[in-house]
Design a protein around this ligand. Structure first.
Ligand code: 16G
Length: 245
């Protein structure tokens, strides 16, 4: 972090000099994607400037996406992301998609339990108010990079214990003959709120894709209702188009 010490070298405001030095350090690979930045206090002491100046520089860099802040754990260089191309015509699972790319899929559980259904879940899954729904919310991670937040709802009559799902939901559904064979998806653009931005380690307000998927069994019965948020800087959804008729 020697680069951070040169802040008083020119006439520009100190926070701009520090900002430039941090950007340079990232560009030159002195600090790499995912690396932690020293604490505000350490940078201020090293560079002999006030913490207010450090905070201003860091906040600017968080806004522009060079750095990311995680509550309680500090400031990091934003992870670099290679875009993933995902076909819109194949009904695949996240685990399968990542395996096909040679990436290891992981999940961090955000919610996993059985609940009375919400009105939306009742309507989509065809449940009555006395039935239950299994909810599985996960942060989906590929090779240590968080890519999406997925909130799946499955009728509890099909999946009575969501803890049976360890890694892949579709694999677990397949074991009881409930792997979906068809799905309808709606994709819309949204900006990330604070909580979701923190989970996906991107700046607040980042562009992302919200996807609702309703999946069906061969019998025509709805099996899955999932709302997902995919990082806009990480995903391209690709569809093949043909002439009508
Ligand atoms: C995909 C699906 C999601 C499904 C999940 C199962 C989209 C937008 N979503 O991410 O609906 O629940 O795969 O993945 O593609 P898993 O079998 O790895 O748990």
């Amino acid at each position: 972090f020697a680069a951070l010490r040169d802040v008083s070298q020119s006439g520009a405001p100190l926070y701009l000099q520090l900002k430039k030095n941090i950007e340079e350090a990232v560009k030159r690979g002195l600090i790499g994607p995912g690396d932690a930045l020293p604490s505000e206090r350490d940078i201020a002491a090293q560079a002999d400037i006030s913490r207010v100046t450090v905070r201003k520089a860091v906040q600017d860099l968080v806004k522009s996406g060079v750095l990311v802040q995680r509550h309680g754990s500090g400031t990091f260089v934003a992870p670099r992301m290679e875009r993933v191309e995902q076909s819109l015509s194949r009904l695949t699972s996240f685990t399968e998609d990542m395996a096909r790319r040679g990436m290891a899929a992981r999940s961090q559980w955000l919610e996993r339990g059985v609940y009375p259904p919400s009105p939306d879940e009742m309507m989509v899954l065809g449940l009555s108010a006395s039935e239950l729904v299994s909810r599985l919310s996960r942060l989906r991670i590929a090779d240590d990079t968080p890519l999406a937040i997925e909130r799946a709802a499955i009728s509890a009559s099909v999946l009575p214990d969501p803890h049976e799902v360890t890694s892949s939901l579709y694999m677990a559904l397949g074991k009881t003959g409930h792997r979906p064979v068809r799905a309808v998806q709606r994709i819309s653009a949204v900006n990330l709120g604070e909580a979701e931005a923190q989970l996906l380690v991107v700046p607040i307000g980042s562009a992302c894709l919200q996807i609702e998927r309703i999946s069906y069994l061969a019998s025509g019965k709805v099996i899955e209702f999932t709302k997902s948020i995919y990082r806009g800087d990480a995903y391209d959804f690709v569809a093949e188009l043909r002439l009508p008729g």
